[in-house]
Design a protein around this ligand. Sequence first.
Ligand SMILES: Nc1ncnc2c1ncn2[C@@H]1O[C@H](COP(=O)(O)OP(=O)(O)OP(=O)(O)O)[C@@H](O)[C@H]1O
Ligand SMILES: [Mg+2]
Length: 314
Amino acid sequence: MAGMVEIENAEKTYDGGFQALKGVSLSIEEGEILALLGPNGAGKTTLISTICGITMPTGGSIRVGGHDVVRDFRAARSLVGLVPQELTLEPFETVWSAVRFSRGLFGAKRDDAYLDELLRRLSLYDKKHSQLQELSGGMKRRVLIAKALSHDPKVLFLDEPTAGVDVELRRDMWDIVAKLKETGVTIILTTHYIEEAEAMADRIGVISAGELLLVEKTTDLMARLGRKELRIALSAPIETVPEGLSDYDLRLEDEGETLIYTYDTQAERTGIARLIGSLSEAGLSIADVETTQSSLEEIFVGLVRKEDDEGDAA
Ligand SMILES: Nc1ncnc2c1ncn2[C@@H]1O[C@H](COP(=O)(O)OP(=O)(O)OP(=O)(O)O)[C@@H](O)[C@H]1O
Ligand SMILES: [Mg+2]
């Protein structure tokens, strides 16, 4: 079955000649949440804009719900809603007129019952007649989401929905996204926060310099690339790692009280058993051990850095 969004070899070269997308291919299933991660200038907003029909791709093809975003622009556009990266709202407009106007822009039939329900879902109903300038930052974000959903789109794009918001509001946004998923909406979001992608997304795509470096299930990505740390609390602190342990990837922390061993979870042998033996040979006694999985953040930074190194070598 074809995905809700089908991107084949999409390219975008801006008028000045800058190539922001270098042949991106991606298929997004109906009801899926995909997070696009990438550094500033990677091409996330450009990719979203080409799918939404805001900028024209200069190569390849993009279909939403089977409609080509160039040839069949109107049909494709009616299926998508976008919460843009830049927040723009009219201060004196009311919540109600903002969402009604957005719906009208799509030429959708007036449906006050749907909009009332939407405002309720986003906990905005009691602010229905408030001016936008009277709302808190978090409520304004919700209004932007309500506007993007005003014409009942099948695919919602959230371009950095939580940039610059506090922790509480970010969690709030995660809840909203989870609830939207239950209604069957396909969601594509961009973020710089790896923990956010991890918390919300079914799959994660990493984009850098106009190329999609990988797309993988969030859980698979964690497992495949995850490195683990074994933290060994020593009974007595040491000043340096003993000579006999120089073969191991070890470092000392907590003023010599904790020895940290990094290993690859996918390796045939983790080396833990041998390490424990070597520790006792070196006369060290263990008070406690603990393992921690490296975060997706470290994985991501590693990936993008590797790409840079390869670029330099070329
Ligand atoms: N209208 C434009 N004309 C020319 N170049 C552009 C235009 N819009 C974006 N670019 C360039 O394309 C590249 C990708 O930009 P884009 O906004 O897609 O990045 P991004 O991944 O969304 O970054 P950020 O995380 O900062 O939002 C950048 O180098 C940017 O300068
Ligand atoms: Mg952007």
